[in-house]
Every structure is written in C-alpha cells, then in structure tokens.
Design a protein around this ligand. Structure first.
Ligand code: ATP
Length: 333
C-alpha cells in the first residue's frame, strides 16, 4: 500500500527494499517485541528446533514485513514470501509448503485474507508439519499424507480481529506492532538519510518525522520526496524550511495527514455534516474501498482523536473540526 503521493508512492518498492533493515540490530524501536523475539530465537537455536509460529498485527508500514525478513536472517535461514490474497485454494499453498527446508520460514502477509479451506490446510501444516493431499476425484480419490519439514510460519495482519480463534491459537508468539515515537522516527530518518548519501540535520529530520504519522514507511517515503525536492530546488541542501516546503507542496500537513486523510475528514464534515456516517457510505462518496479507509486512513485519525467510532458510525470531533479549520455545526440538544 502507498499513499498515492508523488515520491511517496510511485516506485516505492525499490527504495523501500533498499532502506529496509537487514538485521535486527538495524531496526529502531519496538524494543519489547524485539527483546521477546531475541529470547525465543536464542532458545529455539539452543534446542535445535524451528522457532514457534509468529503472528504480527498492526497498521500498515510499521515493520511486519521487516520483522519477517530479519528473523530468518538472525536464524541463518531462508524465507519464502506469500500473500493471503493470492492463496485462493489449498493448491496455491502447496508449492510453498513443499519447498520448505528444515527450520526455514514461510511468511504470509495479509493472512486474514486466506479463505477457510486454505486456513484449515494450515492447521495440520502448523501443528503436525504434515498435510493431506487429495488426489483424483469421486470414488477414485485418494488421500496422500505428506510430511513437511519442520518450519516457522510468520503471519502478518492489519486485522487481528478477523482471524479465527483456531488459527490465532496456533501461533505460539503473537506480537502487536504499535506506532513509533517521534524520537524513534527521527532516528530512522537520520539513519536512512545516511544510507541515501544525503545526511540531514536534526531540524529537517524532526520535520519529516513529525509529518509521518508515526509510521516508518511514511517517514521513508517523505524522506525520498524531500531528497527529490531539495535536489531539484536547493542543490541537494536540506534544511527544516526546505523539508517543510517540500512536504507542503505534496499536501502533507503538520500532523502528517495527506490528501486522502483530509479528503476523509472533508467528506465526513461536508457530506455527512460531521456524522455519524457508516464506513461504506464514506468510502462510496470518496470512491475508494472501505478496506483502504479502515486499514490506512482511520487508525491514525482515531488515534489523533480527529474522529470517533460510535455504534451509529464515524463522527468528527471538535479537534477534527479545529484541525480542518472549520466550526462544528450546531446540533439540537
Ligand atoms: P505492510 O503490512 O503494509 O506491508 P509492514 O508493517 O510490513 O507494512 P514494512 O514493510 O516492514 O511494514 O516497513 C516499511 C518500511 O519501514 C521498511 O521498508 C523499513 O525501511 C521501514 N521500517 C519499518 N520498521 C522499521 C524499524 N523498526 N526500524 C527501521 N526501519 C523500519
């Protein structure tokens, strides 16, 4: 997912991968999670067993995929990457399962999107390291019991609540990734500016971090745009005011909200008179999917108390109106 900004979304795969930490000690923040994982990894290695299955949940861009790549690196093993949306039937899972080497990792991003039939297949794979393959159809159908090499499944989801209990319970380690602090994001921005051969000062790092919605992926995207901007407009020199001008230009405001975030607030304010409004109604009006809003837009607006979720729908808060520089409508008492 990306935020659809110039320099913030387009072509983010390449730089995103190159800025992604390769080892655990290159990662910033998530200290508790990191400590627990280190203990689990060390213990598994001492026992000579694969690491228990791990589930990461949290909003997009906070490091789920990063963890799924650094963990195998720490274990000295390989990882296969899959996406829940692409695993439509059990047969889609087979190439991954049969390719596993002992102790290796299978990463399934968006695991909440795996259909029930695939999920049930995962149960025995995770629990007993075996799967039943049905060959043929009807009376001539035979079931083949296939032994898998012991492996570690790492699942990632933005919607832990959508996972069924039997699947969730099969993960021995479950970790929630929360938002980063400003200080942590500044550190990520500073380190990555060095990786990009463009070390920046504390002021500029603070501007970029402060407008990144507490999310490392956004901090990287903003940094890349500031780099483009400064190279084009300021001979590659980055200062606080230059970073501010660059981000203003692509519509990223002081809270780090982008055009889509403000479009959401604007729709809720203007079309739905501040709410309550249902998610799907807002999504239809904005012509985007409800999932995108729920995963990428709402979590930060809720956390910043710009909107609230009530039983009757989403509502603007006084803080939301103030941020949009509007006055709330007078409501009958
Ligand atoms: P999604 O679910 O949308 O794929 P994600 O949670 O998997 O998101 P990542 O792709 O792991 O997020 O993180 C996005 C980028 O943010 C990474 O490429 C990396 O550069 C940076 N990043 C994430 N977490 C950290 C961290 N703890 N320290 C340093 N950089 C990080």
């Amino acid at each position: 997912p990306n935020s659809g900004q110039p320099g913030a979304g387009s072509g983010d795969n390449m730089p995103d991968t190159s800025l992604r930490p390769k080892r655990m000690d290159e990662m910033v923040g998530q200290r508790d999670v990191m400590e627990r994982l280190k203990i689990a990894i060390e213990a598994a290695q001492k026992r000579g067993e694969p690491l228990g299955h791990i589930l990461f949940d949290g909003p997009p861009g906070l490091g789920k995929t990063t963890f799924a790549t650094v963990i195998p690196a720490e274990m000295g093993t390989v990882v296969q990457m899959a996406n829940g949306a692409g695993l439509k039937a059990p047969k889609d899972l087979l190439p991954y399962l049969t390719n596993l080497s002992e102790g290796s990792v299978l990463f399934i991003d968006e695991i909440h999107r795996v259909p029930k039939a695939v999920e049930e297949y995962l149960y025995t794979a995770m629990e007993d390291f075996r799967i039943d393959i049905v060959l043929g159809e009807g009376v001539s159908a035979r079931t083949l019991n296939y032994e898998l090499r012991p492996f570690t499944l790492i699942g990632a989801t933005t919607r832990a609540g959508m996972l069924s209990a039997p699947l969730r319970d099969r993960f021995q380690i479950r970790e929630h990734l929360g938002w980063y602090t400003d200080t942590e994001l500044c550190e990520i921005v500073r380190r990555n500016s060095i990786k990009l051969n463009m070390p920046i000062d504390d002021d500029s790092a603070a501007v970029i971090a402060g407008r990144s919605r507490r999310t490392p992926r956004l901090a990287n995207n903003r940094l890349l745009w500031v780099r483009d901007y400064s190279q084009s407009k300021a001979d590659g020199k980055v200062t606080g005011p230059i970073a501010t001008a660059a981000l203003d230009m692509i519509g990223i405001d002081v809270l780090g909200l982008d055009k889509q975030d403000r479009g959401y607030l604007d729709t809720l304010m203007r079309v739905f008179v501040g709410g309550p409004a249902g998610l799907e109604a807002i999504a239809h009006t904005m012509n985007v999917s409800g999932d995108t809003l729920e995963d990428e837009v709402e979590p930060f607006l809720l956390r910043s108390e710009l909107i609230v979720r009530t039983r009757r729908g989403r509502m603007m808060t006084a803080k939301g109106y103030a941020h949009m520089k509007q006055t709330p409508p007078k409501r009958p008492l």
